[in-house]
Design a protein around this ligand. Structure first.
Ligand SMILES: [Fe+2]
Length: 266
């Protein structure tokens, strides 16, 4: 009888250990599953529209540079990354595809249709809100403006999620520096000038100051050149040939050479 007590304690400890291990495995599995789901969605965007696929990856890389410079915590950085990668998913809607693929100038009616893409994107992503509560909200807000004249809701200042404010700057920078069907890519300094012009009107002034500060600007310029350079294209080909690893990570980071130094394990 005297030995029964330690045995019971030992069995209870072993049971608790087994439960903890099972919970750890379940969490790891859920993490891999959610990463695989997002990666699949990203691949689907790229398969449907390669230009948008490359754009969102570059925007994610620039957004992470700005987010890290702002010293945001890892959870917020992950959220920024997801919002950047899926911010334009609403453009894939049937009603908008022809408009985005047209090379002519937008008519007022087409412009109104284009302005629906943030909310369309949020609607597409709504089923993921149980796992990523900030994703749809951030995507919906990526065209809001600091002065309240943006769309779709006309949110003003800090009522715009911080994540969306970061992505908005990176998105505009990339839109200016990369060639599109209807406009040639412009220089790094032109883009930086446009970001500066939007300080306090289009963009969060503090984030603009950070984006334009020499160390951040230098990192953004390097990332931009890397994304444009032949080295990246060679690297992309090689990465495409690599068999998908069983432990799926966000491979887009490897393709773009994006940083996310505090979160390399995921
Ligand atoms: Fe957009």
């Amino acid at each position: 009888m005297r030995r029964l007590i330690p045995l019971t304690i030992g069995a209870a400890a072993a049971g608790a250990g087994a439960v903890a291990l099972r919970q750890h495995r379940d969490r790891a599995l859920a993490h891999r599953l959610s990463a695989a789901t997002l990666e699949t969605l990203l691949d689907a965007i790229e398969a449907n529209d390669a230009v948008t696929g490359r754009h969102v990856r570059r925007v994610a890389a620039f957004s992470l540079i700005l987010g890290e410079a702002a010293d945001l915590d890892v959870r917020t950085l992950r959220s920024i990354e997801r919002i950047a990668l899926f911010h334009d998913i609403g453009k894939l809607h049937e009603a908008l595809t022809d408009i985005f693929h047209d090379t002519t100038k937008l008519t007022p009616e087409e412009r109104r249709a284009v302005m629906t893409h943030p909310q369309r994107g949020a609607d597409v992503l709504a089923p993921l809100s149980g796992f990523y509560p900030d994703l749809a909200k951030g995507v919906a807000a990526h065209h809001e403006r600091w002065d309240g004249t943006g769309y779709p809701r006309g949110l003003k200042g800090t009522r715009i999620p911080l994540t969306a404010r970061v992505v908005a700057i990176a998105d505009t920078f990339d839109a200016i520096t990369h060639q599109r069907r209807y406009s040639a890519g412009r220089s790094f300094s032109t883009a930086m000038g446009a970001i500066a012009d939007g300080r306090g009107t289009q963009f969060d002034p503090e984030l603009v100051d950070l984006f334009l500060s020499p160390p951040v600007a230098e990192e953004i310029e390097q990332a931009m050149r890397k994304a444009n350079g032949p080295q990246t294209r060679r690297m992309n080909r090689r990465v495409h040939e690599v068999k998908r690893a069983p432990d799926i990570t966000f491979r887009w980071r490897t393709r773009t050479g994006a940083s996310h130094s505090r979160d390399r394990a995921n």
